[in-house]
Design a protein around this ligand. Structure first.
Ligand SMILES: Cc1cc2nc3c(=O)[nH]c(=O)nc-3n(C[C@H](O)[C@H](O)[C@H](O)COP(=O)(O)O)c2cc1C
Length: 247
């Protein structure tokens, strides 16, 4: 059973320039069979509109804690109660601080407080904002409470600056989501799996070797399947599909 099929994922999007990347994540999760309910913070709406997420997920996008739903279900608690997972990406410094303080001042923070679902945060922000003592203390607090806070990537930021603070790319975020869901309900949860992939090379002499045509695809697919089933996977790979050098 594919791990994402039928899973209820609340995707909280905050006011970061990286919000555009999460549209792709919402699409990929939906295509894989997940039911994705997007909550946009007020600041997030300045970066990506609700219509984008609504079209990509096929679900109404929620932004306003005070908007009463037609079925009279109390919106600010209902979403979190039915969620298999809450993903907050990009998680801003501001929302990490609100979560650490236990604030409930908008739909996203009330949903988090009212839920017992696992929570995954993917911070994205300016290098100094991420390194700030307050942000680091907030992240430590959240981790202590069992919230998974991913490490941002190192690289070029939107402003002319390089460093740690980039949102991981959508495929990596999806991998983390699959692993987390697998660890809750997968048939291999609690197991450790080692997969070796790619063609081996046996040296004949310092220049020549005996090899085979293995592409590594089978090993990579097995590693992903084991991860989705909840296993802790170690993938050992030979060099595969190297990009052609510029000659
Ligand atoms: C152009 C622009 C880009 C921003 N990018 C980020 C960001 O990547 N990360 C962050 O933590 N804050 C960023 N901010 C600041 C947040 O939008 C601001 O702190 C806001 O209050 C966050 O609200 P929220 O956490 O409720 O979404 C940015 C602000 C602007 C104007």
């Amino acid at each position: 059973m594919p791990i994402l099929r039928g899973k209820h994922i609340v995707l909280g999007v905050c006011g970061s320039i990286a919000a555009y990347k999460v549209a792709q994540l919402a699409r990929n999760l939906t295509l894989a069979g997940a039911v994705v309910d997007v909550i946009l913070t007020e600041a997030a709406e300045r970066f990506v509109g609700a219509a984008t997420f609504q079209a990509l997920t096929g679900r109404p996008v929620l932004t306003d804690m005070w908007a009463l739903p037609e079925d009279n279900v109390v919106g600010h608690v209902a979403l979190g109660m039915h969620a298999d997972l809450i993903v907050i990406a990009p998680a801003t410094a501001h929302t990490l601080a609100r979560l650490a303080a236990g604030l409930a001042d908008d739909l996203l923070t009330t949903t988090v407080l009212a839920s017992t679902a696992p929570i995954l945060c993917a911070p994205a922000m300016n290098v100094q904002m991420y390194a700030a003592a307050a942000t680091q203390a907030n992240i430590a607090t959240l981790r202590q409470r069992g919230i998974i806070v991913l490490e941002p990537e190192i690289g070029k930021m939107a402003e002319p600056m390089e460093g740690k603070g980039r949102l991981p790319e959508p495929p990596l975020l999806e991998g983390e989501i699959r692993a987390l869901l697998g660890q809750q309900s997968g048939s291999l949860r609690g197991r450790r799996v080692v997969v070796t992939a790619g063609g081996t090379r046996e040296a004949i002499d310092p220049i020549r070797y005996l090899g085979n045509r293995s592409s590594g695809q089978m090993g990579y697919a097995l590693a992903e399947a084991a991860r989705d089933a909840g296993a802790h996977v170690t993938l050992i790979s030979t060099p595969v599909a190297l990009p052609a050098p510029p000659v």
